[in-house]
Ligand binder design. Structure first.
Ligand code: FEO
Ligand code: CA
Ligand code: CA
Ligand code: CA
Length: 590
């Protein structure tokens, strides 16, 4: 395919035209094909039954690929000639309205839904490096992590009074993980995953300041797990702290199916979108994480110990102890020049400086009135006390491993500047921000620094519609419209790739995957690489530009449909309902 090759990338393509949001197709550039790698219900183990729409069971689902794949990452298996890889996938939530025939027993719906949450590790193989990957049923590393899988809670808040329950009086062993949204790959080959909307799974008294701040309420939850499993009812004596055992960053070793996954309290508890790490020049490991809620915050963690190349056992402990910070941004233009429309201030940039405000340093709380345990469990309350910047929903926060600069996807915030809410500022410059923006943070060579410079790389939207957008000065007529940036990835030469979630409700196009040039004259050029089917969000992008291939998770296709009136038939297009799937895009075979 023709098309630009920013930074000399091998992956040239001609951007696709934006796709109308009603379209139930997977769209790729001219000269490319798409292939589902794995779909909801695919059997992972030899003893797993094949998926049948009319014969689902919890026992089967526990042995099959889960629902609503979000974060996705691949690692090539050493010494496999590039033919085998291990893939890690989050299953964020379920869409019961389109998963089950209406006659399905209520209890079965609840239990199958539970089993469709969690995580999957699965091996892939391909004939050669230009062939599509297929998953391998029964492979050695295949694993499902479920709501009854034991996790170790570690770090300073583990074992505290705030994490103990009747079932776990030590406060160190948690069953399962929930709401896993995005994540990141560590330099030692493990995966991090963010427990995001955990509050939606618990009924609580909703009376404490902390419960209110985290959205925990005395209301029947969407899936009503609390009716059958008392730990999801935090009103139950002995389970008041169960919600405190979710909302963490979890770490999984995909190369050891017997390993116990961990939840790291040192990175704080909030609606973590995910976490991404980079090793600082002095060896400290730095992790960035956003709290995906309107007007919530951006965080940074710095490990106490340092990375040791080749010492995996040591590196596996690095996220257990360290310092935690929250971001405050200052703009360098007069406030009067930020009018909430997104129009550029007179200096021609949304930019300024910022600082990382300490919450925990050297194992000690930096927040008056909070113990370390309280800072880490009720991180939102502790952060409120130090005055960070209220953001427009931070989704992925990811450092470029080539430049060290950090990119933050602020997906949208329809409440910005509305009555009683924080007004637009230089960092979040649009009132009722429908389309989101992307921040670039430059810690100027020192990843452990407590100060930084920042600017907005993109103020998203469709330049053809009546709204202010900004593409770092690149000609708006030559970019693909983009809205609601969510997940981020980089290719081998440092181009930024963005997948979106919410464009149909804003600019009216399907969500997709976009390449953004960040260096040179074409900085700010956005090119759409693919579009996902109807009502789906695009997640977990993986870009292997040297092989001219990319992968995305297609999450919640057809989510607004119902049984008998499905709005998407992806990926089989055989008249049956949709199945969330991981898809590989690669050049069409000759
Ligand atoms: Fe699950 Fe923040 O998206
Ligand atoms: Ca400025
Ligand atoms: Ca997300
Ligand atoms: Ca999202």
């Amino acid at each position: 395919a023709e098309g630009p090759t920013p930074n000399g990338t091998e992956l040239s393509f001609t951007a696709i035209a934006p796709v109308d949001a009603e379209t139930d197709e997977f769209t790729v550039p001219e000269g490319f094909d798409w292939h589902p790698v794995i779909s909801w219900g695919d059997p992972l183990f030899e003893d797993a039954p094949d998926f049948e729409w009319d014969a689902q069971s919890a026992e089967a689902q526990k042995r099959q690929f889960g629902y609503n794949n979000d974060y996705t990452e691949l690692q090539e298996i050493p010494d496999s000639d590039g033919k085998r890889a291990v893939m890690f996938v989050n299953h964020e939530y379920t869409n019961e309205n389109i998963m089950f025939p209406p006659e399905t027993d209520e209890d079965a719906v609840l239990e199958i839904g539970m089993a469709a949450h969690g995580l999957t590790v699965v091996e892939l193989e391909r004939e050669d490096t230009s062939s599509p990957y297929a998953y391998v049923r029964g492979a050695e590393l295949n694993r499902r992590i479920l709501l009854d899988t034991e996790f170790t809670l570690d770090g300073p808040a583990a074992g505290s009074e705030l994490t103990r329950t009747t079932a776990d009086p030590e406060g160190r062993t948690v069953l399962g993980t929930l709401g896993n949204c995005s994540g990141g790959l560590t330099p030692w080959g493990t995966l991090l995953s963010g427990e995001e909307n955990f509050h939606g799974y618990f009924r609580a008294t909703g009376t404490s300041e902390a419960e209110k701040r985290y959205g925990l309420a005395d209301e029947e939850t969407a899936r009503n797990w609390e009716a059958k499993h008392e730990r999801f009812d935090a009103r139950t004596e002995g389970y008041e702290n169960e919600p405190n055992r979710f909302g963490w960053i979890v770490e999984v070793d995909p190369f050891d199916p017997e390993s116990t996954p961990r939840k790291h309290t040192s990175l704080g508890r909030f609606k973590h979108e995910g976490a991404n790490v980079i090793v600082a020049d002095d060896g400290h490991v730095v992790a960035y994480s956003g709290d995906d809620e309107v007007f919530d915050y951006l965080y940074k963690f710095v490990s106490r110990a340092t990375y040791v190349e080749g010492d995996r056992e040591h590196n596996l402990t690095l996220l257990e102890e360290g310092d935690l910070y929250v971001a405050r941004f200052s703009g360098n233009s007069p406030e009067a020049e930020i009018d909430g429309t997104g129009e550029l201030p007179a200096d021609g940039a949304f930019d300024g400086t910022g600082e990382w405000l300490p919450l925990v340093v050297d194992g000690a709380s930096q927040v008056e009135g909070f113990t370390v345990e309280e800072v880490l469990v009720n991180t939102r309350l502790a952060a409120d006390a130090v005055g960070p910047t209220k953001m427009d929903r931070c989704e992925d926060v990811e450092p470029s491993l080539l430049t060290g600069r950090v990119y933050v996807a602020c997906t949208n915030n329809s409440d910005r500047g509305t009555e009683g809410e924080a007004p637009a500022d230089e960092m979040n410059p649009r009132t009722e921000n429908r389309d989101g923006h992307v921040v670039e943070i430059d810690e100027q060579g020192d990843k452990t620094s407590t100060t930084f410079a920042w600017n907005l790389l993109l103020v998203c939207g469709d330049p053809a519609q009546d709204e202010q957008t900004y593409f770092s000065g690149f000609t708006p007529e030559q970019v693909s419209p983009i809205s609601c940036p969510d997940n981020l990835a980089f290719d081998s030469v440092g181009n930024l790739w963005i997948s979106t979630d919410g464009a149909p409700d804003g600019i009216g196009y399907s969500d997709g995957l976009f390449r953004v040039t960040v260096e040179g004259d074409a900085r700010g050029r956005v090119e759409q690489f693919l579009a996902v089917p109807r009502e789906a969000e695009t997640c977990g992008p993986i870009v292997r530009d040297v092989e001219r291939t990319a992968f995305v998770s297609v999450q919640h296709p057809g989510e607004d449909g119902e049984w008998g009136a499905h709005t998407s038939h992806f990926p089989d297009f055989d008249g049956t309902g949709p199945k969330p799937s991981v898809v590989q895009v690669l050049p069409r075979a000759e």
